[in-house]
Design a protein. Structure first.
Lengths: 244, 244
DNA sequence: ATAATAGTGTCTTTAAGACATTATGCG
DNA sequence: CGCATAATGTCTTAAAGACACTATTAT
């Protein structure tokens, strides 16, 4: 009965066990034309061929050393973006979400600036497309439980807008405070006070002037950058927005 | 080339693909003797036999309909507690965390009141034991990457103490405000002002008097209960604690 | 000069921290 | 009574909202 660990491992065969299918799905957000967009692909293969889906795919034990590698690989295949903000949102597993069997997917969300990317359709010739999130229902039915995955990712994003600096990652490296505020207003879907918004970010000591200005047909605005790229600051208080 | 989805599914065999091992690990917290404890088991089987580990096990496609089922099943096997607070923290997957191959684990944390539970050693005769978290290093080496999993779960817990009502789930159904405050002080490891603490919870309208009193050798205290069992309230401001 | 947007001054409001004071039970 | 803990009163402080005011550019 008493075998060594090396004996045990020598006779261990993963294929003797029933095990879930493992995939990673990406909810890639960007802001385009004053609205939040998510990147969707039209499935070109079974199952759920022809339906819209979040880009994703199987965890590939040969290609990927870690789970995050899978996520970055999928993201790069679809967008060409190498190192965006990436966050794991949750894992969804059950026996009904995929007709092939008990399956499990790890959902990630990514924030990228839309001008950074070139949509590519080369991988398995799936067409990727930005979809404004308020149009998402028009694209139903979505494949599998991807509407649920999207909803969880979007809720996470909306929550973090309230108490972190996270959305900075949706802008280009240099941005004005007005651009940042507009972005927050789109995400929160409400108007914010300019002075309060500026105070919040300036007092937090997380951005710095670049010395450059954004030209415009009115008064030029100072350009800022995040002091630490990809960092997210947690504010002690949530944004509340207008009082009644 | 053009097959139907049902044809496709008929010939699909999960065992043709290389796929990760899938497990669930539980970080079960409780408060005992004025300190936070976590439930650990001593592994009785290979691999990592004899090391301490978080209770957990394989996702079992026959037994479990959903991932949460796996978590609840493992929790019940170890503690006999049927419906505690449970939250998914994150999924950790790579090719080095388990000697059997590419493996992935979904980490959950649970909050339970220690008086609710009876530790059972019946399943695979592993002995479960409460370990105060400040002693965790003395129990090293822990199996696999379980110290990392624990750390992520503990960080999540500590963060949520700052801005949610979550720790209520560590107390019994009826509790005094002093007991609640003591609990927060243990979790945050700092003293809190009594008036501010009471205001915070009372103004949030999330607890109500039960009408009963906690007897003691001094002035009896009012007993409260959470208005909604298992609910977590998000405060707009984080607890900061004493100003230096 | 005017329009438009950038940026500031400053008063109010909210919820938290500090800390003294009062209340209530038991021995 | 006197001790210990429960519960409250009230002043201060930090950060947000409201909103008027000033600054800078193009046309």
């Amino acid at each position: 009965m008493s075998t060594s660990e090396s004996d045990y491992l020598q006779h261990y065969n993963i294929h003797n066990y029933d095990t879930p299918l493992c995939t990673v799905d990406m909810c890639i957000f960007s802001v385009l034309n004053d609205s939040v967009n998510v990147l969707l692909v039209k499935r070109s293969e079974h199952p759920e061929r022809g339906k819209w889906a979040l880009p994703g795919g199987f965890v590939h034990p040969e290609k990927d050393q870690t789970l995050d590698d899978t996520a970055y690989r999928k993201l790069f295949e679809k967008t060409g973006v190498a190192s965006p903000y990436l966050e794991q949102v949750g894992t969804f597993g059950n026996n009904s979400r995929d007709p092939r069997g008990w399956s499990l997917t790890i959902a990630y969300f990514a924030l990228i600036n839309s001008s950074d990317i070139t949509l590519s359709a080369n991988e398995s010739s799936e067409r990727a497309q930005w979809v404004p999130i308020h149009e998402l229902n028009d694209y139903c039915p979505m494949a599998f439980d991807h509407l649920t995955l999207f909803t969880h990712c979007y809720e996470r994003l909306k929550n973090k807008v309230q108490y972190t600096s996270l959305p900075i990652n949706l802008l280009q490296e240099e941005f004005t405070l007005s651009e940042l505020q507009q972005l927050f207003e789109i995400l929160l879907n409400k108007h914010l006070d300019r002075k309060a918004f500026r105070r919040r970010f300036l007092d937090a000591d997380i951005i710095e002037e670049t010395g450059n200005m954004r030209a415009s047909h009115t008064r030029p605005a100072k350009l800022y950058r995040a002091k630490q790229l990809g960092a997210e600051h947690y504010f002690l208080r949530s944004i509340e927005g207008p009082r009644s």
